[in-house]
Ligand binder design. Sequence first.
Ligand SMILES: *[C@@H]1O[C@H](CO)[C@@H](O)[C@H](O)[C@H]1NC(C)=O
Ligand SMILES: *[C@@H]1O[C@H](CO)[C@@H](O)[C@H](O)[C@H]1NC(C)=O
Ligand SMILES: *[C@@H]1O[C@H](CO)[C@@H](O)[C@H](O)[C@H]1NC(C)=O
Ligand SMILES: *[C@@H]1O[C@H](CO)[C@@H](O)[C@H](O)[C@H]1NC(C)=O
Ligand SMILES: *[C@@H]1O[C@H](CO)[C@@H](O)[C@H](O)[C@H]1NC(C)=O
Ligand SMILES: *[C@@H]1O[C@H](CO)[C@@H](O)[C@H](O)[C@H]1NC(C)=O
Ligand SMILES: *[C@@H]1O[C@H](CO)[C@@H](O)[C@H](O)[C@H]1NC(C)=O
Ligand SMILES: *[C@@H]1O[C@H](CO)[C@@H](O)[C@H](O)[C@H]1NC(C)=O
Ligand SMILES: *[C@@H]1O[C@H](CO)[C@@H](O)[C@H](O)[C@H]1NC(C)=O
Length: 401
Amino acid sequence: MGNFQFFLASILAFFGVCLDGIYAVSCTLRASGGDDGPALKAAAQRCSTVLIPNGVILSIGTALDMTGLRNTHINVQGTVKFTDDVPYWTGNAFFFDFQNQSTFWLLGGKNILLDGGGTIDGSGQIWYDEFATNASLIRPIILTVFNGEDVVIRNIKQINSPEWFNLVHSSERVLYDQVHINAISTSSNTIKNTDGWDIYRSNSVAITNSVINNGDDCVSFKPNATNILVANLRCNGSHGISVGSLGQYPGVYDIVENVLATNITMSNAQNGARIKAWAGPNVGSGIVKNITFSKFFETNVDNPVVIDQCYETSAALCTEFPSNTYIQDVWFDDISGTSSGAEKGVVASLACSPDGRCSDINVNNLSLSPPPGDGNATFSCQNVNVTGNAASMFGTCPSTA
Ligand SMILES: *[C@@H]1O[C@H](CO)[C@@H](O)[C@H](O)[C@H]1NC(C)=O
Ligand SMILES: *[C@@H]1O[C@H](CO)[C@@H](O)[C@H](O)[C@H]1NC(C)=O
Ligand SMILES: *[C@@H]1O[C@H](CO)[C@@H](O)[C@H](O)[C@H]1NC(C)=O
Ligand SMILES: *[C@@H]1O[C@H](CO)[C@@H](O)[C@H](O)[C@H]1NC(C)=O
Ligand SMILES: *[C@@H]1O[C@H](CO)[C@@H](O)[C@H](O)[C@H]1NC(C)=O
Ligand SMILES: *[C@@H]1O[C@H](CO)[C@@H](O)[C@H](O)[C@H]1NC(C)=O
Ligand SMILES: *[C@@H]1O[C@H](CO)[C@@H](O)[C@H](O)[C@H]1NC(C)=O
Ligand SMILES: *[C@@H]1O[C@H](CO)[C@@H](O)[C@H](O)[C@H]1NC(C)=O
Ligand SMILES: *[C@@H]1O[C@H](CO)[C@@H](O)[C@H](O)[C@H]1NC(C)=O
């Protein structure tokens, strides 16, 4: 953690010098009654500090390309609210080939601080409702840090993103701290795919001291996420802290390396700590290496501890075509709490592909139980030699090939 603290301290020191004096052009924005997107974008390009005062609600009806900024402080005390104009956004949000994602807002450049205690509002309800009848609807991510270096996003609320809340794409040294995420549907249509964070092709990212209430991964490490710290989160309703899924696309090599996720409270979730990779014919390849999940406090979680190296693949195909994504040097340490009972007594499942695809998998101090009435805790595994002081809970893991 030493490196991350150093990284944080140096970024904050930089802003201290830069924002207090050298080029201080401060701009304050007010709502115009129309589309405030062009004014917000122009201010970010022109001013070193952009203030959206408390009580001001900016309505954003144009896609915000705020890449290439330098030494910019965006101080959101009020609200930045994206319009619910679905036809406009489906045609004009920025599109990424990766998993057919799109976004309202690209934030990039060097030395950027976004803070202020205010709110970014994605007007998600219309998207939750329309997605229920149009599964191919491309729903925007509320905020994407793209081609960013030394970016700090701190003390911000994000509500009702149409889809993922945050994507970190092709960026380096990005810190999220004290981010409060909340997705709520007021209709019977659910808040699908509202990941808290997805990290893709990015290095040195930290997410700390945050509270998340959402309907998909709390944090997900996508291909080429390296040197990541996730600490002190309270996740509710999510699909857990997830590596992957990796190795999905033929010909593509995916790396997730050097991840520490620690002090995580995980409630009412589908998963707790999870690694998932594809197997079967026509998939990709990759490596997951040096991943630590420690100090997870779980309540009502379907699968508290998971390695699934046969993700979306039948047992027969997984044996015939083992995953080409290798998983090495993984620690599940100090994970405690209760499952939901969705998997009966199973509280941990380490399901590897055959042929030594998983190695150096460690479990220490596991204290997990199913809810009363679901029998004894079961720890299941296959094709893996488990080590650590909780290894005996798993017994001898069967080999499937
Ligand atoms: C993106 O959407 C297109 C058209 O629906 C589909 O053919 C393609 O498989 C999708 N790509 C990914 C990466 O999901
Ligand atoms: C569903 O969403 C897609 C992609 O955004 C869009 O092209 C299509 O027109 C929508 N279909 C309907 C029936 O609205
Ligand atoms: C763990 O996270 C909680 C917030 O969920 C925080 O209050 C607590 O101080 C953290 N503990 C440590 C040791 O950092
Ligand atoms: C936590 O998640 C559960 C299940 O999704 C939901 O019913 C509950 O309202 C959430 N609690 C909070 C405080 O958001
Ligand atoms: C990940 O990084 C490796 C090494 O630089 C590269 O070969 C691979 O194409 C990258 N994969 C993705 C999905 O960007
Ligand atoms: C493993 O990852 C952690 C970050 O979680 C990092 O501090 C450590 O240096 C890495 N170990 C190696 C051998 O790279
Ligand atoms: C396991 O728990 C013991 C006692 O709390 C602690 O000293 C040790 O560091 C823990 N081991 C790991 C690997 O977390
Ligand atoms: C649970 O474990 C206890 C003690 O090992 C054993 O007596 C009991 O039969 C087990 N119950 C079930 C349902 O397996
Ligand atoms: C487990 O360890 C034994 C002895 O080192 C080795 O022969 C075997 O291949 C290992 N199994 C797996 C699934 O890695």
